[in-house]
Design a protein around this ligand. Structure first.
Ligand code: PLP
Length: 393
């Protein structure tokens, strides 16, 4: 049994989430609580710790030999957890999903080309597009019955001959949307119709809550396989972000050849041993740990949703079907976004992700990472209760 209630001190351990908080947020209080970047305050599955301990014990840290076991472990995991059959030959490891996105852009587009993003969307999409001198084409998500939907007709009207790639986030961050097979099929058909490369970032695919079910894009729309690259990783699922390894998967050999050429051109064809060993161990041994984690996260989500809506009348948390990133709209409180942000950072001493970071449509929202032991979450919620007390009359 994993003890997700156990508080592990992370301050002073090179933990971005905790140790970069003061610098990035200006929250200098010793008791600041970080609820921003997407990693969890939980220990990794025991099988990962054992695999890494064996490496440390041996004490020799030479180059990593990729004998195919890593991609095979990923293929086994996808088969076991998602009923998906992939050929390990389709897999290219990259130093994380975001670096994979950059390499994909370099492989399939030119500077000045446009990349479709569905905002509010994971902010690193925007950064990697701009860093690669491509342009962002924002296809605004629409909120319908408490969840996001894509408006492909609006997108169609915006396309230009320079639109080349679509960054699709499935499940979606933020908002935790688990897309239906019909929605994925419609997007895939759109990409075929307009000759676009579809990049399906499925890094959150294992963090699906309650009875929701993630459908891999390749399973919902196999007809799009030739123009599809799927990005996956063990790092979100098992809290191994520091391992910095992800995978790009495509069944199109020509697309894979182009991507592998960019990987080679950047000298990334040799992999970090600690990351490969940790993530392979996670896929091979992490099932039971994940099965215990998911209900714990669902419990945290329910606690946060109910308490935040009670603390700040008019605030509304989007019901998450996936991820541990609560997405809360404060527009109904009547407060200005800056006032809300100040209450959270100054009164509650909590560092959250500002909604504006996720692009158009995020301005009145805040994203709260609730993947933390319940004692920390409760403390954060008590402080938020205080921070908005005057609103409750
Ligand atoms: C949708 C999405 N893609 C990618 C990443 C990060 O991937 P990596 O750390 O492997 O670059 C995140 C992290 O939050 C994410 O939410």
């Amino acid at each position: 049994m994993s003890d997700f209630d156990r508080v592990i001190e992370r301050r002073g351990t090179h933990a971005t989430k905790w140790d970069m908080m003061a610098k990035l947020s200006g929250i200098n209080a010793a008791d600041g609580i970080p609820m921003w970047v997407a990693d969890m305050d939980f220990a990794a599955p025991p099988g990962v710790t054992q695999a890494l301990a064996a490496v440390v014990e041996r004490g020799v840290h030479g180059y990593y030999a990729d004998n195919g076991s890593w991609a095979a472990a990923l293929a086994d995991w996808l088969a076991r957890r998602h009923g998906l059959s992939i050929d390990p030959e389709w897999v290219s490891p990259t130093p994380g999903v975001v670096s994979g996105l950059g390499l994909i852009l370099q492989a399939v587009s030119e500077p000045g080309d446009e990349v479709v993003v569905f905002p509010p969307a994971y902010h690193a999409f925007r950064k990697i597009i701009l860093a690669n001198e491509r342009r962002i084409l924002d296809a605004q998500l629409v909120e319908r019955q408490g969840r996001y939907v894509m408006d492909l007709d609006a997108l169609r009207a915006m396309l230009t001959p320079r639109t080349k790639v679509v960054f699709f986030c499935s499940p979606h961050n933020p908002g935790g949307t688990v897309w239906s097979a019909d929605e994925i099929k419609a997007l895939a058909g759109f990409c075929t119709e307009h000759d676009l490369i579809l990049v399906s970032d499925e890094i959150h695919c294992d963090l699906v809550l309650d009875s929701a079910k993630h459908i891999p894009t390749i399973a919902a729309a196999p007809e799009v396989a030739d123009r599809l690259i799927t990005c996956v990783a063990a790092t979100k699922t098992f809290n191994l972000a520091g391992a910095h390894v992800g995978a790009c998967v495509t069944s199109n050999p020509e697309l894979k050849r182009k991507l592998d050429a960019r990987i080679a051109a950047s000298g990334l064809g040799s992999y970090a041993a600690f990351g490969m060993i940790a993530t392979e161990a996670a896929w091979r041994t992490g099932d039971a740990w994940l099965d215990e984690l998911l209900p714990y996260l669902a419990g945290n989500r329910d606690l946060l949703d109910s308490r935040i809506e009670a603390a700040a009348p008019g605030a509304r948390s989007m019901r998450l079907d996936a991820t541990y990133l609560a997405w809360v709209n404060f527009s109904g409180t009547g407060l200005k976004a800056e006032d809300v942000a100040k209450r959270v950072s100054e009164r509650a001493r909590i560092f959250v992700s500002p909604g504006a970071q996720f692009g158009p449509g995020g301005e009145t929202w805040l994203r709260f990472n609730f993947a933390t032991p319940r004692p920390i979450l409760r403390e954060a919620l008590d402080r938020l209760d205080d921070a908005f007390r005057d609103l409750r009359g």
